[in-house]
Design a protein around this ligand. Structure first.
Ligand code: GLN
Length: 205
């Protein structure tokens, strides 16, 4: 592997620029991905936050869905935040019937799970694999994970505080093999630790 791994950011919709900026801080080369050919040289890929139904539709339109799914099945390290987490799941509840899944993590997520009570929710979380104290997590019409298969490692849950309401105890960060997903948006808070965790996974794979 080269000194600087190439990490793609799916650039069809969503907070592409924010992920690219966070990745650049981790000493990787960032490649925006809009076409299947752009998957070829990647050592990892980030699926941004945004709107999973729109991104899913654009993946099909741009003929990226099957090639990307195949690369992930083949072991390409991937990280999805929020809408990206939804797309990486094997199953989504409250999704659209025509929404496509990338099957990167064997889990069931509930779309807009936080959004029914409040549009946005913030909480400090401990994340397994991330040192240096709790991480400030920002959830924007975010999913949570309803259930995971035994192969999936749970990295973070919402603490059982009074303000957490129905979100208390819910799974919000997971990893299976070299696929990572968070329901929250570290790309928006300027805390690079989740991107560093992912780029370490990329370097190790
Ligand atoms: N609610 C969005 C969806 O269903 C996700 C929101 C986000 O990425 N901030 O895709």
């Amino acid at each position: 592997m080269t000194a600087q791994p190439v990490v793609g950011v799916l650039a069809l919709q969503g907070d592409v620029r924010e992920h690219a900026a966070a990745l650049t801080e981790c000493d990787v080369r960032v490649q925006p991905v809009r076409r299947a050919e752009e998957l070829a040289g990647l050592q990892g890929i980030v699926l941004p936050g945004g709107e999973s139904t729109t991104m899913s539709r654009l993946l099909a339109t741009f003929e990226l869905l099957e090639p990307l799914k195949a690369r992930i099945a083949d072991g390409l390290p991937a990280y999805g935040s929020c809408a990206g987490m939804i797309m990486l799941a094997t199953k989504v509840l409250d999704g659209r019937p025509d929404q496509h899944q990338l099957d990167g993590i064997d889990m069931i997520v509930r779309r807009n799970a936080f959004g029914r009570q409040v549009d946005s929710f913030e909480e400090d979380l401990e994340l397994t694999g991330v040192e240096g104290g709790p991480l400030h997590a920002v959830f924007i019409r975010a999913p949570w994970v309803e259930s995971v298969s035994p192969e999936v490692e749970v990295l973070a849950t919402v603490p059982e505080t009074e303000t957490a309401g129905a979100a208390a105890g819910r799974i919000v960060a997971v990893r299976q093999r070299s696929v990572l997903a968070t329901a929250f948006h570290p790309e928006l808070t300027g805390d690079g630790r989740v991107h560093r965790l992912f780029t370490e996974m990329v370097r190790a794979s």
